[in-house]
Ligand binder design. Structure first.
Ligand code: ADP
Length: 227
């Protein structure tokens, strides 16, 4: 009931840039994201949004503090365990789609499932279902280069959802789309999140989109505050 899917406690991160100094990006960031919550992360460029998302998604380690995913404290866990949690519980979407160019939209969504032990017919069926739910089912057989930017990004959402993660992290997922496409793609993302009951933390510059989420957090001076 209202389970905490992502918990960050006292997250600190400093990049050592050599001379003349260091940049302390995160200074004790705290967050609790509950099941089914859709939360916007807003802050100017350079404030540390990507750093925070990478730490939350187990792609990077904090200098100190604790990351808990679905109740499991990740500090001190082996690389192997971190990789398994990332693969099973976390979906990541970037500003650019990063789809594999030589595979079709459907294959891009089926592949992570096959890597996770799914059978091909089941993987293809789930991929098709996800594509249909975001309105790009008709483009299933096309490679990324033949898709529009908005379609590519919707396929990237489907890929992030392929292995039914508990947590979706997105780093300015509509940042390189025009406003109208951005609205449509964002609508598809909200629909996916609502249908699956997963939790999502989405970095965005777009305050109109942010206002449509359940709540908004601002990354300010290395900590998270309600906005
Ligand atoms: P945002 O996503 O909000 O634009 P980032 O998390 O990308 O912010 O970056 C926060 C700050 O940390 C910036 O000043 C950036 O230059 C610095 N930074 C990010 N990654 C590195 C890195 N690998 N090495 C050194 N500095 C970095």
């Amino acid at each position: 009931m209202n389970e905490v899917v992502l918990k960050l406690s006292g997250i600190e991160k400093t990049y050592k840039k050599g001379e003349p100094g260091e940049v302390q990006v995160l200074k004790g960031a705290e967050l609790e994201l509950r099941r089914g919550e859709l939360v916007a992360l807003v802050a100017p460029s350079g404030a540390g949004k990507s750093t925070l998302l990478h730490i939350a998604g187990l792609l990077d380690l904090p200098d100190s503090g604790e990351v808990e995913i679905a109740g499991e404290a990740m500090q001190g866990r082996s690389d192997r365990r971190r990789t398994a949690v990332r693969r099973d519980d976390v979906g990541f979407v970037y500003q650019f789609h990063h789809l594999l160019p030589e595979f079709t939209a459907l294959e891009n969504i089926a592949l992570p499932q096959l890597a996770n032990g799914a059978r091909k017919t089941a993987a293809d069926a789930r991929a098709m279902e996800l594509l249909n739910s975001v309105g790009v089912g008709e483009r299933a057989g096309h490679r990324p280069a033949a898709l529009s930017g908005g379609e590519q990004q919707r396929v990237a959402f489907c890929r992030a959802m392929a292995n039914t993660p508990k947590l979706l992290l997105a780093d300015e997922p509509t940042g390189n789309l025009d406003p109208e496409t951005s609205d449509r793609v964002f609508g598809a993302l909200v629909k996916l999140v609502r249908e699956t009951g997963l939790s999502a933390l989405i970095a965005t510059h777009n305050l109109e989109l942010a206002a449509q989420m359940d709540r908004m957090l601002r990354l300010d001076g290395g900590v998270l505050r309600a906005a």
